[in-house]
Ligand binder design. Structure first.
Ligand SMILES: CC(C)(COP(=O)(O)OP(=O)(O)OC[C@H]1O[C@@H](n2cnc3c(N)ncnc32)[C@H](O)[C@@H]1OP(=O)(O)O)[C@@H](O)C(=O)NCCC(=O)NCCS
Length: 166
C-alpha cells in the first residue's frame, strides 16, 4: 500500500501542470481547496455563481492528464482592470511550483481579455503568497489595517498590490 502511494506521489510530481478554464463539475473540489486555505470558506453556491459570472475569469490547476483540480484562481474583470478574488493551491501540493504555473497562466488569460492592470489584497503575514506575487512583479500600492479575521480571533492587515501588464 505504501509503495502504491509512494509511486503515485512520485508520478504526480513529475507531471507538468495544466491550467484550464474552470468547469461546473470542478465546483466540489474548489470548495474543498478554498475551505482548507482560508478562515472563511466559500460555499458551493458562492463558487458556482462566480464561475458562471461572465465578468469572472476562473482558472483551475491540474496535473496534466489527471482530472481533479489541485488549485484555482478567480479574478473579476472590469474594463481593463482585474481584481484577483482568490487563488489557492491544495495543501498537499503547495511548494511544488503549482502557484507559479497557475498565476502565470491566469495573468496570461487576463491579458487576453484586455486587462492591463491587476490588483489584489493579501495578508501582510502570508509569506508564500507575497513571494509568489513578488516573483511576478506586483508592487505594494496600499495597506488596509485589521482587514482579515483570522481563525484565532485576531485581525491581520492587508497589503494592496498592483501589477501593470505589458
Ligand atoms: C500562495 C499559494 C497559492 C502559493 O502556491 P504554491 O503552489 O505553494 O506556490 P509555488 O510552489 O509556485 O511557490 C511560489 C512562491 O512561494 C514560495 N513558497 C511556497 N511555499 C512557501 C512557504 N511555506 N514559505 C515560504 N515561501 C513559500 C516559493 O518559494 C515561491 O517563491 P519563489 O518564487 O521566490 O521561489 C499557496 O501557498 C496557497 O494556496 N496558500 C493558501 C491560500 C492563500 O494564501 N492564497 C493567497 C491569498 S492572497
Amino acid at each position: 500500500m505504501f509503495w502504491l502511494w509512494f509511486w503515485d506521489a512520485y508520478l504526480d510530481r513529475r507531471m507538468a501542470w495544466a491550467v484550464e478554464p474552470a468547469r461546473a463539475d470542478d465546483i466540489e473540489d474548489l470548495v474543498a481547496i478554498h475551505g482548507s486555505a482560508f478562515a472563511r470558506g466559500w460555499s458551493a453556491q458562492e463558487i458556482d455563481q462566480l464561475v458562471a459570472d461572465r465578468a469572472v475569469i476562473a482558472c483551475v490547476l491540474r496535473r496534466e492528464g489527471r482530472s481533479r483540480p489541485q488549485g484555482f484562481a478567480l479574478s473579476r474583470v472590469a474594463e481593463d482592470e482585474a481584481e484577483v478574488l482568490s487563488i489557492a493551491v491544495a495543501e498537499a501540493r503547495r511548494g511544488t511550483g503549482g502557484g507559479q504555473a497557475l498565476l502565470g497562466r491566469h495573468l496570461g488569460r487576463l491579458a487576453g481579455h484586455g486587462v492591463r492592470r491587476v490588483v489584489l489584497e493579501v495578508d501582510e503575514d502570508n509569506t508564500p503568497a507575497l513571494s509568489l506575487y513578488e516573483r511576478f512583479g506586483f508592487e505594494k500600492v496600499g495597506r488596509r489595517p485589521a482587514y482579515y479575521a483570522r481563525a484565532d480571533g485576531t485581525r491581520g492587515a492587508a497589503a494592496v498590490l498592483a501589477l501593470e501588464l505589458p
